[in-house]
Design a protein around this ligand. Structure first.
Ligand code: GAL
Length: 421
């Protein structure tokens, strides 16, 4: 697959490696073009399967337009977000891009990079289609700037059933103590690194799941809205426990994307992986059937949520085509086709469970009754500057294990990038 000159230059400038950019120079969208360039990081596996589902509906509902795949591979947008930032800075936006509901979306709104979609919400009947809490996360100063495609759950522990059975584990742990006991059983059964882990943002996810267990949902929420201090003894205790948890993970974690860690689980070299529920779709897409799931031990009925949404950037070349894409994203048919393959659940409240795999049916039921908390690495809790500072602090901790230094870095990041008192 060829890279366009523009995207190749950006990749070189950032020194990043990315595997897929499906926009080749002969496909460049231009004025009057029918092409709608959709920029995501959904390049492979279950993520691509979800995108393909949505594209299928777009092809039918928006037959006058053509989908142009602008995906840049790399979990959680680790490469895509840099490419996007550079394009926005050069006034060269894609026709639409993926942005997380919450603080991350507010970054783009505050930088005046997005068009207001309030009129489309009225025209397409979207205003009452989504839960009010989600609408609040998409709205700034009474205007709404994106269309949500889904709700993902971040705090899920995936497992390899055969590896668990060999170690004599027959029930999911519901407490951290129980989890450590199971990890010890797995080590005793010969699994050297039972908890598969990847780099920075995946470490953020594991640490957040642990924080939810240690602090409970209300205090966890307070870390992001400024009511819980990062300097307390409870955070020191959580970091110390996290350090212990790292001793059960693979040592090469800092070089791994989430799919590399997932492979350890599929190959039976690990028993568990904490990951968002895009993993259900990816395991399905890869034909791996021997997996189980549970909420992270100690998280109770807390649902750590995030939502992918799509926007109309200012200066998009094909605003009409983008509006048709956004209408598809927000439609009940589009949400069913997308979420059945993506591991997430519809953001709309009126899509039935028919056609959804067992995992999503369970998640749809949980979503209705669970206590909701947001995620920092997936933008619902914090802005990209804050995400970056936490990610690098955790990357450093992964090699030096310095508890006091990590706590200090987390507290400084909150003071610099968090809500001002
Ligand atoms: C998240 C995104 C998900 C999934 C995941 C892994 O940030 O919201 O849809 O793509 O990254 O790449």
């Amino acid at each position: 697959m060829r890279l366009s000159r523009r995207v190749a230059a950006v990749a070189v400038a950032f020194g990043t490696m990315f595997a897929t950019v499906a926009c080749s120079s002969s496909e460049e969208p231009g004025e009057g073009s029918k092409k709608v360039e959709v920029f995501t990081w959904w390049a492979d596996g279950g993520e691509k399967a979800g995108l393909d589902g949505l594209v299928g509906v777009f092809k039918t509902d928006c037959a006058g337009f053509e989908f142009l795949n602008g995906a840049v591979a790399g979990g959680a947008g680790s490469n895509a977000k840099q490419v996007l930032a550079s394009r926005l800075q050069q006034n060269d936006p894609p026709d639409t891009f993926q942005a997380h509901a919450g603080a991350e979306l507010s970054d783009y709104i505050n930088d005046d990079q997005l068009e207001d979609l309030s009129a489309q919400y009225t025209e397409w009947g979207l205003t009452n289609a989504f839960p009010k809490g989600l609408i609040d996360n998409l709205t700034v100063d009474g205007k709404i700037y994106s269309v949500p495609a889904n709700i993902h759950r971040a705090n899920v522990l995936w497992s390899n059933k055969t590896v668990l059975a060999k170690a004599g584990i027959t029930k999911d742990a519901t407490t951290l103590d129980g989890f450590f006991a199971d990890l010890d059983k797995l080590k005793a059964s010969g699994v050297a690194a039972p908890l598969a882990l990847g780099k920075d943002w995946t470490q953020q996810m594991l640490f957040e799941a642990l924080l939810i267990s240690k602090l409970g949902p209300e205090k966890f929420n307070g870390l992001w809205n400024g009511t819980t201090s990062w300097t307390g003894a409870d955070i020191t205790d959580a970091i110390t426990t996290y350090k212990r948890l790292l001793t059960y993970t693979n040592k090469d974690r800092d070089t791994f994307d989430w799919t590399d860690a997932e492979k350890l689980l599929m190959d039976g070299k690990a028993a568990y992986q904490l990951m968002g529920d895009w993993e259900a779709a990816d395991l399905d897409a890869k034909g791996f059937k021997d997996y189980g799931w549970s909420v992270f031990p100690g998280n109770g009925n807390t649902f750590q949520w995030l939502a992918d949404s799509f926007v109309l950037p200012k200066g998009a070349k094909n605003a009409d085509g983008t509006k048709c894409w956004l209408k598809t994203v927000g439609s009940a048919t589009g949400q069913a086709a997308f979420n059945q393959k993506k591991g997430s659940i519809p953001a709309r409240t009126d899509v039935g469970t028919d056609g959804f795999p067992a995992y999503q049916q369970a998640a749809m039921a949980d979503w209705k009754t669970a206590t909701q908390v947001p995620s920092c690495p997936h933008g619902s809790a914090c802005a990209q500057t804050w995400q970056g500072a936490v990610g690098s602090a955790q990357g450093k901790f992964s090699s030096d294990g310095d508890v006091a230094a990590l706590q200090k870095a987390l507290a400084s990041a909150a003071a610099e990038f968090g809500p001002k008192k």
